[in-house]
Unconditional design. Structure first.
Length: 244
């Protein structure tokens, strides 16, 4: 299995001022097209690696997951559609953005790829500028967003940065764990969270903490919420949820 690699580290600003190296894999068995893609991506500040088939791609992904994959449909062995299907069926690779490279006029392949979860497609022959524009657009769409600093349920608001809970114009003073518990419930508003899920999110993996600890903190949290305590609902034999 052949692999061509060309790349430079590209530092790009992200929300919050952090820097990240953007890594892109190109799977293309045509040597000229693959080299052109790698040169264009590297020249534009991306770290780029090229592969000729799915086997080489999955071996590389097992070592380092890329930020995006350019995937040709016509490949030796498994074609691009089969590779895409394998990626989207695995938790480890399902969220990696994929741009399909398709033959001009292959509408069936484009539709099938998009139905399977491809983020975009580029028809051959394509220009380097088009590839770079599509890559940047997909990266922007798939970039993680900053968590909300303010969570609201009904008249209840929680400010994560200030670590403050407000209701009816007044502040509700909570302990550290009570605040984290309320925040976990509000981030998953409307979703039932089991005691084990709440233990993991609020207390981490501390095995000395028992599930009844969640019940105790829910009880004191409800007491402090007063008239807003009904927002927290008990789901029998499962856990808790919060909703207006």
């Amino acid at each position: 299995m052949a692999e061509n690699q060309r790349g430079i580290a590209a530092s790009e600003p992200l929300p919050g001022g952090h820097m990240q190296t953007t890594c892109i894999y190109a799977v293309e068995d045509d040597d000229n097209i693959r080299e052109m893609l790698l040169y264009a991506l590297s020249s534009s500040g991306f770290q780029a690696r090229g592969f000729t088939d799915g086997g080489a791609l999955f071996a590389a992904v097992a070592e380092l997951a890329p930020d995006l994959i350019l995937l040709d449909i016509m490949l030796p062995g498994d074609d691009g559609i089969v590779i895409l299907k394998k990626m989207k069926s695995s938790r480890k690779t399902a969220k990696i953005p994929v741009i399909m490279l398709t033959a001009k006029g292959a509408e069936h392949d484009r539709i099938k790829g998009l139905d399977l979860g491809a983020d975009d497609y580029i028809a051959k022959p394509f220009s380097v500028m088009e590839v770079l524009a599509r890559v940047r657009a997909v990266l922007r769409r798939s970039a993680p967003t900053e968590p909300a600093n303010e969570l609201r349920i009904g008249a209840l608001s929680l400010h994560t940065e200030k670590r403050q809970v407000l209701a009816d114009g007044g502040e509700i003073v909570l302990t550290y764990k009570e605040f984290e518990l309320l925040a976990a419930l509000m981030r998953g508003a409307g979703i039932v969270l089991s005691r084990d899920q709440l233990l993991e999110r609020v207390w981490g993996y501390d095995r000395t903490v028992e599930s009844r600890t969640v019940d105790m903190h829910i009880r004191t949290l409800r007491q402090k919420l007063g008239g807003h305590s009904a927002l927290i609902k008990t789901v029998r034999n499962v856990g808790y949820k919060i909703e207006a």
